[in-house]
Design a binder for this molecule. Structure first.
Ligand SMILES: Nc1ncnc2c1ncn2[C@@H]1O[C@H](COP(=O)(O)OP(=O)(O)OP(=O)(O)O)[C@@H](O)[C@H]1O
Length: 302
């Protein structure tokens, strides 16, 4: 289990992570979501003890990760797929990691087969595609057969087959009882990957809940209405308590059903050209939830 409590990290005048508290449990895939610059990578580095927190604590299975000798047996991680020595072969890279963590050499062949890189084991990493480097990074994370795994944007650069392979792998690792913590800035990536979600924005916790709970936020329904009398109808719907957004002849309405909107239009003899109900997607729910932090970044005021 990963326990983050009151975690804060400042770099000079920038607060990357602010009073963050959450728990990541074993047996599940937990998605770590937030817009660019939200503080995900910083948090993962703090969990791994690569940075010192300004405040708060973070433990892995009850102890700071830094206190663990032979770290790869406790936590496997992929932070940056490019962070490898291009002149080395894939096998040499993994042998070096195995040696320094006292992991049997036989694991190298096993993990290379597992990630589909056995045939290129003797090739230099410098010639690898991003997708191959991602696979190599995953092999390194798996090397010590650790109970806890952290991945920073592991789906970047993978083709659809690679994405499916990673998703299936995460599922299997979680089913084996491991803690799997995966960051992404795209809800669409997590939708079919995660059981639990930790959502942050501007370094602060926005939500910590199951994907099902998060999905419930997205079930709010909008009705789109097309009419040449958009201004008149918008006034009538607003008077009934709806929230209305107008774009020319098209209205997006929340707070009233399509049936009720149809009745109101009929009562006032307003012709409708279009009437359609749609549910907000998970992606929209995520964007709405993180809109403040995303706008803040877009304004460049950090
Ligand atoms: N070493 C550092 N020195 C100074 N500022 C930093 C450092 N690392 C991160 N930051 C700042 O902290 C904030 C959070 O960055 P972080 O990389 O953790 O976000 P992120 O959620 O991983 O974003 P992305 O999805 O873009 O990778 C950013 O404003 C970033 O510029």
């Amino acid at each position: 289990m990963i326990e983050v409590s009151g975690l804060t990290k400042r770099y000079g005048g920038t607060t990357a992570v602010k009073d963050l508290t959450f728990t990541v449990r074993p047996g599940q895939v937990t998605g770590f979501l937030g817009p660019n610059g939200a503080g995900k990578s910083t948090t993962l580095r703090l969990i791994l003890g690569l940075h010192e927190p300004t405040g708060g604590t973070v433990t892995v299975d009850g102890r700071p990760f830094r206190d663990r000798p032979r770290g790869l047996r406790h936590v496997g991680s992929l932070l940056d797929a490019h962070d490898v020595h291009g002149g080395r072969t894939a096998a040499a890279h993994l042998f070096a990691l195995a040696r320094s963590n006292r992991i049997p050499r036989s694991r190298v062949g096993e993990v290379l087969r597992e990630v589909g890189l056995a045939e290129v084991a003797r090739r230099r990493i410098g010639g690898f595609s991003l997708g191959m480097k991602q696979r190599l990074g995953i092999a390194a994370a798996l090397l010590g057969d650790p109970p806890v795994l952290l991945f920073d944007e592991p789906l970047n650069g993978l083709d659809p087959g690679g994405v499916k392979w990673v998703r299936d792998l995460f599922r299997r690792l979680a089913d084996e009882g491991r803690t799997v913590f995966v960051s992404s800035h795209l809800m669409s990536e997590m939708e079919h990957t995660a059981d639990q979600l930790i959502v942050i924005g501007r370094g602060e916790l926005i939500a910590a809940e199951s994907l099902a709970e998060f999905s419930a936020r997205g079930t709010r329904q909008n009705v789109t209405v097309g009419t040449p009398a958009a201004v008149v109808l918008a006034d009538l719907l607003t008077a009934e308590g709806a929230a209305v957004r107008a774009e020319g002849e098209l209205l997006t309405v929340t707070g009233l059903t399509a049936a009720r909107i149809g009745e109101i239009a009929l009562e006032h003899r307003i012709p409708l050209r279009h009437l359609d109900t749609r549910s907000a997607s998970l992606e929209e729910a995520f964007m709405e939830l993180t809109a403040d932090s995303a706008q803040y970044l877009a304004g460049g005021s950090r």
